[in-house]
Design a protein around this ligand. Structure first.
Ligand code: SER
Length: 339
């Protein structure tokens, strides 16, 4: 069946960001098709026009989607996160880089077939940064997009490269062919650590924050794998989803870059522990430092400069640290586990 209306394609739709994004786009009335290696949970699957279960590296499957649907927006969320990628770097490259290349080609061919650029939204990450040592991290303050772009993880390398690959597809695709026209309108945001009340992350290195909160709500002892003073930027998931929707719909002429830093608040692991223990007084959160994961987080900036996103497309997170916990995380998580 070919849907007459253009559809939105979301890869990795069953993951952390996908949950919120599918819900929001469906509520706005846009038809969605999804591609995820896992079958979607029933409540999410009910919101989508068509669910494809498979790999972003299955080019045959992407060709089928190309033939059947007119896709005008792609949210390419599928990825292996940073800790996971250090155990299987070749698999990470395969999924994070080759998979992204497949999706960019898909978008280019979609754009060629319907004669308009396809908006391609890509979540990059603070992992694209790499600060060489703690002294530099302490000195660096609010890091801008083009500073310290020397990632120390496979995931960070993958994200940084794919930002550039997207830029190539948007601006220089087949630049020596007389008849080629770039049809990918690529837009990337570098997310800080995302904290969701509804889902638990898998395989990230900023996961100590959400794991602390969910562990406390479930009454489980949690061993935080980074030092109390460890500080990176964070954002509550609803602001992350808003940012993706906002950057997707920003007028092209307003965008002065293809990749934008984002942040809502920078806090230490001990600040987060303190607010969690206040909300869940029986929580047991201890520190059991994993030096390797610690080194990864130490290479990420303590704060980023997101003034370009604020100026170009009006990024303005609703949740600062206090509101993220008081109005979103704690009530939503309490309710989730009560049910
Ligand atoms: N939060 C992610 C991770 O820790 C980074 O994008 O892998």
């Amino acid at each position: 069946m070919r849907l007459r209306r253009p559809v939105v394609l979301i890869t990795g739709a069953g993951g952390e960001i996908g949950h919120g994004l599918v819900t929001r786009i469906a509520a706005a009335g846009s038809p969605i098709i999804t591609l995820d290696v896992n079958v979607l949970e029933r409540p999410l699957a009910r919101l989508v026009a068509r669910e494809f279960t498979g790999s972003i590296n299955d080019v045959g499957l992407l060709d089928r989607i190309l033939a059947e649907f007119e896709v005008d927006r792609v949210f390419h969320l599928a990825a292996l996160l940073s800790s996971r990628s250090e155990f299987t770097p070749v698999a990470a490259h395969h999924v994070n880089v080759e998979g992204t290349l497949n999706l960019l080609e898909f978008a280019q061919r979609q754009g060629e077939s319907h004669g308009r650029p396809v908006t391609f939204v890509y979540p990059s990450s603070i992992a694209a940064f790499g600060l060489p040592d703690p002294a530099t991290k302490a000195r660096a303050a609010r890091v801008r997009e083009d500073e310290y772009a020397h990632p120390q993880t496979m995931y960070g390398c993958n994200k940084l490269y794919c930002e550039q690959l997207g830029d190539y597809y948007a601006k220089h695709y087949k630049q020596l062919s007389a008849d080629a026209i770039a049809r990918v309108d690529f837009r990337a945001v570098r997310f800080p650590g995302l904290i969701s009340a509804l889902t638990l992350p898998a395989g990230g290195t900023s996961d100590y924050a959400p794991e602390m909160i969910h562990g406390a709500a479930k009454g489980e002892t949690y061993h935080c794998f980074v030092r109390p003073d460890t500080t990176i930027p964070f954002m509550a998931m609803p602001d992350g989803v808003d940012a993706l929707l906002q950057v997707a719909s920003a007028p092209r002429q307003r965008l002065t870059r293809t990749t934008y830093n984002l942040t809502a608040f920078s806090r230490s692991a001990s600040d987060i522990r303190e607010v969690v223990v206040r909300a869940f007084p029986y929580a047991t959160i201890e520190y059991r430092i994993d030096p390797k994961r610690q080194a990864i987080v130490d290479s990420w900036p303590a704060d980023v400069d997101d003034s370009a996103a604020r100026g170009d497309w009006g990024f303005a997170p609703r949740y600062d640290f206090d509101r993220a916990f008081e109005d979103y995380l704690i009530p939503t998580i309490r309710e989730r586990y009560r049910r």
